[in-house]
Design a protein around this ligand. Structure first.
Ligand code: ADP
Ligand code: MG
Length: 315
């Protein structure tokens, strides 16, 4: 199979929302009048972000999902993606499943693959995603206001708990593993929530490095502090049975791909109804305060001692 056969067979699908897609030197894209182009890149490296023998369908899903999550976190409508892949070999069974996982999610959110690059080398998957948002409607990290409530979507820490099991740091039962493994292998990007929060939230980020680290980015960018109530954190039932590890997973575990956002307390009821409409639990976990940094209170209202630190590739 030649490189061009491979691109044609596995990565070329109709792109009706694109002026010119795969096949020329570059793609031609048109954003809707009055909108801004929103662009982000996320790379998945074998051995760093996934196990080398990872299920290729789920890997295809996750490669796009982590990028869609960045669009969600901006309140953007995802439109197009490019895909740069480095492959050790042209394994057709692997490519078939990888592209099926990628395109299943692309189709769910109306994203078109409009280009990329294909080379031989260690397995490495890099997506650049492009979307659009009306002028001045993008949700930035820098918009948090003192008095805002702090919210998160879904549940926290399930992906980190599954990873802890796979790395043999804890032992989950089969039932527990199947309850939390989807969060690790098949995260659901919160695109619809991101769109619903345009004009409602003041600041937003997706949780890829753990709640404390990512909320910390909002606080730094907004030059404010926060108080978070640990008992308010949304934890799945599995977490409740591993409470020792759970605290660390929920606060510092990566790979959740839920959204963390802040909004005026006046928006509380509206946000609850958005959660009900999307059938996605939205939980108020604390508030934005003057000052800097994040304090987490335990059930008695005492500040928790926190080990700092989320994952850092260069530390
Ligand atoms: P060039 O030599 O100009 O870089 P390529 O031969 O790399 O072009 O790619 C040919 C076409 O196929 C281009 O339109 C490119 O965007 C597209 N393409 C290459 N690899 C991929 C891929 N993995 N997924 C989607 N499109 C791809
Ligand atoms: Mg090229």
């Amino acid at each position: 199979m030649t490189e061009f056969d491979l691109i044609r067979r596995y990565f070329t699908r109709p792109t009706p929302g694109t002026l010119l897609g795969i096949g020329d030197d570059a793609a031609l894209l048109q954003v809707n009048t009055g909108n801004m182009l929103v662009v982000s890149t996320d790379m998945l490296v074998s051995g760093t972000h996934f196990f080398p023998d990872a299920d290729p369908f789920l890997l295809g899903h996750k490669t796009l999902a982590v990028n869609l999550s960045d669009m969600a976190a901006m309140g953007a409508t995802p439109r197009w993606a490019t895909l740069a892949v480095s492959l050790p070999e042209a394994n057709e069974a692997w490519l078939e499943k990888f592209s099926a996982g990628f395109f299943a999610l692309a189709q769910q959110f109306g994203v078109e693959l409009v280009g990329g690059d294909t080379t031989r080398g260690p397995l490495n998957l890099s997506v650049t995603i492009m979307g659009e948002v009306p002028q001045a409607m993008a949700l930035l990290r820098s918009g948090a206001q003192v008095g805002d409530e702090v919210w998160v979507s879904g549940t926290l820490g399930d992906a980190a708990l599954a990873l802890a099991h796979l790395q043999q740091r804890i032992v989950l039962s089969d039932a527990e593993l199947s309850a939390c493994a989807p969060a690790l292998h098949q995260p659901q990007p919160r695109v619809l929530l991101g769109l619903a929060l345009r004009g409602v939230a003041n600041s937003m980020i997706d949780i890829s490095d753990g709640l404390l680290a990512d909320l910390g980015h909002i606080l730094d960018a907004s030059e404010v502090g926060a108080q978070v109530e640990f008992p308010a954190l949304p934890l799945s039932p599995t977490m409740g049975r591993h409470i020792g590890t759970a605290r660390q997973c929920a606060l510092s575990g990566g790979d959740d791909y839920e959204l963390c956002f802040t909004a005026s307390a006046k928006r509380h009821a509206e946000i609850m109804s958005i959660g009900a409409r999307l059938e996605l639990p939205l939980t108020c976990i604390g508030k934005v305060v003057a000052g800097r940094g994040c304090i987490v209170h335990d059930a008695a209202g005492n500040p928790l001692k926190l080990e700092s630190g989320s994952y850092d590739h260069f530390r």
